[in-house]
Write a new protein. Structure first.
Length: 90
């Protein structure tokens, strides 16, 4: 799922306590999503993020929900099959 594997460094596959895969997203993604959200809200619209995988496989709830309540420096976006994390630390 987007991991770059090289021969000198083994791939690290993080999972949650329930076994759900964790994908670490780049901070630039947060900037892009936040900018798009602000532009849409300025014009009276709201954004909903869907998981392409869940939507494609017919999951009844493909909407990705986000929260930063567990850790203020990490924004977590979860769906049925994956947890995505963006770190706000520099």
């Amino acid at each position: 799922m987007g991991l770059i594997e090289t021969t000198d460094t083994p791939a690290v596959h993080l999972t949650t306590a329930t076994g759900k895969e964790v994908q670490v997203m780049p901070f630039e993604l947060w900037q892009a999503v936040n900018t798009a959200d602000l532009i849409l809200r300025k014009h009276g619209m709201q954004m909903v993020i869907l998981c392409e995988h869940c939507h494609g496989y017919g999951h009844p709830h493909p909407v990705v929900s986000g929260d930063n309540l567990r850790n203020g420096t990490t924004f977590t976006m979860t769906c049925a099959h994956l947890e995505r994390r963006m770190e706000f630390r520099t």
